[in-house]
Write a protein of this length. Structure first.
Length: 205
């Protein structure tokens, strides 16, 4: 009983002392609190200052200048030069009876888009990578293929872009193509299969 009474008395005295201290220093505490609050706000503003990322600036520059549905020429009578190089991964299957070869390969495709060229000294970079959906892409056919046109560009693919506007993409394909097979001299036979690639041609009228 005495212990409980002492605790209650001590708690009451502490509350009284805090109340007296707060009344006597009411005017002094407020400026200090305001200063601390102001300092805290200033520090948050400093931390929130925007960080300029040169690569992000370059990507935004390209995104706003790219024209994915327009042939990349400044004048309609200009020619767009497309460079295509084919490389073979492997021969998946060779169907002698039907003269068909199933190939796994890729096209290394390059062209120039003057709309997305930039001054390398302005962004500190000579090359970057952007989503392929941002840029114009040539459409081409793989002749002798029973599937007709080559597969569409992967919507999630990336394109390599140089500061001078050169765009480069790798287009993987798996295609069944006609390939005359002569096994007369088997096992010393050599098979030669030719495949042609053609691009769409836009004629001005």
């Amino acid at each position: 009983m005495h212990s409980v009474f002492h605790l209650l008395l001590l708690s009451s005295l502490c509350s009284s002392v805090q109340g007296v201290f707060a009344r006597n220093h009411k005017g002094r505490l407020k400026p200090v609190q305001l200063v601390e609050k102001r300092r805290s706000s200033d520090s948050l503003d400093d931390d929130a200052s925007p960080f300029e990322d040169p690569n992000s600036n370059l990507l935004n520059y390209i995104k706003h200048r790219a024209r994915p549905y327009r042939r990349p020429v400044l004048h309609l009578d200009e020619i767009t030069h497309i460079h295509v190089r084919a490389s073979l991964y492997q021969i998946v299957d060779l169907d002698q009876r039907n003269n068909l070869a199933t190939l796994s390969a890729y096209f290394d495709v390059r062209w120039t888009d003057p709309f997305i060229a930039w001054n390398s000294s302005d962004f500190g970079a000579n090359v970057t990578f952007v989503p392929a959906r941002w840029v114009w892409k040539p459409e081409f056919y793989f002749f002798h293929s029973i599937q007709g046109r080559t597969p569409e560009y992967d919507s999630e693919a990336t394109a390599e872009v140089m500061y001078n506007g050169t765009v480069r993409m790798f287009v993987p394909i798996t295609s069944r193509a006609l390939c005359p097979i002569n096994v007369k001299y088997f096992p010393y036979d050599v098979q030669n299969c030719s495949f042609n690639v053609s691009l769409y041609i836009f004629k001005l009228t």
